[in-house]
Design a protein around this ligand. Sequence first.
Ligand code: AMP
Length: 151
Amino acid sequence: MLDDLYKYNGDDAMAYDPNNIFARILRKELPCVKIYEDEDVLSFLDIMPQVEGHSLVIPKEAACDILDLSSASASRLIVATQRIARAIKSALKPPGIMVMQLNGAAAGQTVPHIHFHVLPRHEGIDMKLHARQMVDPKVLEPIAARIRAAL
Ligand code: AMP
């Protein structure tokens, strides 16, 4: 009912591309540095981290952005995002945590499969530019292990 009410039919609605990079990670065609997975969501470290511990949480439902995600999947996604944020807080002890979610290229979205960013923040440490500098997954694995251990 609510899904019908809020269904996004705007002219600029994106058609879901089943070959976007996160869809390929979900199908295990591409690797990721995994933190958590269940039947609804997957969480992994961002390969171009803006801060140490920059994590992503994605639903398994095929949806470009928050406008076309089902309410049921949105609920499970935010609960999973909270769980990852709590694990990051416990494992990495940041004084602040930023949760970020971008919709549409004009908002800076670069991967057209909805996701939440979870960014540990420390005063005096600026965020690097968005989706710019790739790091070696080997550098990310020990960070993921610490977050996994706190789940
Ligand atoms: P957005 O711009 O909000 O769509 O965010 C997409 C994020 O995905 C960016 O922060 C990228 O650094 C990140 N990203 C792109 N490709 C990968 C990948 N293969 N593994 C992990 N993160 C990725």
